[in-house]
Write a protein that binds this ligand. Sequence first.
Ligand code: ADP
Length: 482
Amino acid sequence: TGLTLSDPSLARTQCYVDGAWIGEGVDAIDNPATGDVLAKVPRFGESETTAAVEAAARAFKPWAKKSAKERSQILRRWFELIMANQEDLARIMTAEQGKPLAEARGEVAYAASFVEFYAEEAKRIYGETIPSPFPGSRIIVTRQPVGVCAAITPWNFPAAMITRKCAPGLAAGCTFVVKPAPDTPLTALALVALAEQAGFPKGVINIVTGDAVAIGKVMTSHPAVRFIGFTGSTPVGKLLMQQAASTVKRVGLELGGNAPFIVFDDADLDAAVQGAIAAKFRNMGQTCVCTNRLFVQAGIHDAFVEKFAGEVAKMKVGNGAEVGVVQGPLINERAVEKVERHVADALANGAKVMVGGKRHALGRTFYEPTVLSGVTTRMLVTREETFGPIAPVYRFADEDEVVRLANDTPFGLAAYFYTRDLGRAFRVAEELEYGMVGVNSAILGTEVAPFGGVKESGLGREGSAHGIDEFVDIKYVLMGGL
Ligand code: ADP
């Protein structure tokens, strides 16, 4: 990969199936900050994916039969190995994904936190007993692992989206076939190399790179697969859900968002500005919980925009591997084109650039962190997730209006608002049709809380004790003749 790693064996370029590293390098993976080719990875399709599913199916029963404590210990070792290799993983991630190194290190720790949490939770997958209405009997309810699981993950969180899906499933006794995003397979392969070191038996975790459509078809149609977890765009999520219907698989979907960020007149201005920076510009705006629409109440609007644009103007853009850089390149040319389209549409409809507004002088896929004011709901930025470093600011008059505007979208992942009025804090948190709400807080992610959306933003929850629910079937046993 041309990277200097303290453990060069983490630079994996083959897939891992049934305990073996296999496949020839075909598809080139490049560094979005430099254009350098880092490595080539295999292009697997139907037959290789079927083999991986079959390996996971063979591994399932023995893995599920292990004691919870044994599974817990292997997960714990994986957690420790991820943290011991945090720096190498972060370097690989920044090279293939572009996010600044500090953010990459943070993501590695975040990814590891799910493995740690579910190593603990593995031991607490409790059942229940229910008082029976039938004489001489007992009702026992247990939670059994669903079986083979498939995971399809995106490029914006190359490590965390994998562990957030796999760790709870592995804890419950499920086995996995993972397909990482084509832009960022190297972090995923390195994580799996560490899983191998941690001692997962062969077939428990498999990873395939290659033809997304072919791999997705096997994952959604093979009868052995009982759950498919996907994080990515809403159209692909809908397609996978449809495909999974043929064999009635469980689906876990974490799809697009259109997060509102609301600043009420009574907000703490400095806190709201800092919150908006964090909620908008993390990962160059390329996260599904990044705010896509900033609504600012008339009384605080001008002060907010001035201060916010001033802070955005100070952000250092560059190669994420360089010290002090807080904004890296966007993932690819297609991503920049979408940003350009949204900005051009907003300007054509009367928005004003407060800062940024064009490609960065560094060229490639670098775009200037941008604040737009005078944005209205007619514009493309209102309806589509931009997934880039653009902060569109709307002016609003009152609480009812802004709640209506905020909910006026088919999406419902994350929402944020700033206020110091206690009554309003409760009212608005309850009225927002979103799976997650940050009140005077802009960073929601933690392994201990349930992450997920409502409406077209998805199904199911990842993280927390609820995260196990996706991976277990409830079994009711009526024990009679007692
Ligand atoms: P983005 O446009 O941000 O890359 P996608 O939803 O296209 O978002 O990608 C998320 C993940 O879904 C990636 O791993 C990608 O390869 C995968 N993917 C895209 N299309 C399909 C498909 N038809 N079947 C299965 N996986 C797919």
